[in-house]
Ligand binder design. Structure first.
Ligand code: CA2
Length: 159
């Protein structure tokens, strides 16, 4: 049993919760363009903070940013079996993508929809979301803090 005890670490790791943070198109530009609208915080800084929040609760947080709708669908499909839930800012695809909705639903995992801005204070075409009725919750309007609140809500629900 002495050498077999080395298996203890992977077993412990596999019980850790795992959450994916998914950023949609153009969010890679955060901090460098339109700071008056989207703030000065970069995506790297947001991701670092979310990983630190996860680490403090022994949760693995994996972050991804993709510009393409198909790329997002493929990534969500592949991540689904390996994560306990998603925090997603689908960016412009929020308002257009049945495919991302279907991909999230197909995972069977809960997800929180987050937005930096209050979409209801913006153009009417941003008022509809293809995700909100099937999301665990929705956080918007708090800039980068929306992600923190979304992750906190998801982790609280996962227990
Ligand atoms: O408020 C949000 O988080 C949005 O998801 C941002 C999307 C927008 O299409 C949604 O309606 C609301 C736009 C993301 C574009 O990100 C940029 C960041 C910096 C500079 C330019 C674009």
């Amino acid at each position: 049993m002495s050498s077999a005890s080395s298996a203890a670490t992977p077993v412990a790791d596999s019980t850790r919760r795992r959450v994916a943070i998914v950023h949609g198109p153009n969010l890679n530009l955060l901090g460098s363009r339109e700071p008056e609208k989207y703030g000065r915080v970069t995506l790297t800084e947001i991701d670092e903070r979310l990983r630190a929040m996860g680490a403090a609760r022994e949760v693995d947080v994996e972050c991804i940013q993709l510009n393409g709708e198909g790329e997002l669908v493929t990534w969500i499909q592949q991540a689904g079996p390996h994560v306990d839930g998603f925090v997603i800012n689908p960016a412009a695809y929020t308002h257009t993508s049945v495919a991302i909705r279907d991909a999230l639903l197909a995972t069977g995992k809960p997800f929180v929809e987050v937005h930096l801005t209050n979409v209801y204070a913006r153009e009417p075409f941003r008022h509809h979301s293809f995700l909100s009725d099937v999301a665990l919750g929705r956080v918007m309007g708090f800039g980068a803090l929306s992600y923190d609140l979304g992750l906190t809500g998801l982790l609280d629900r996962l227990g």
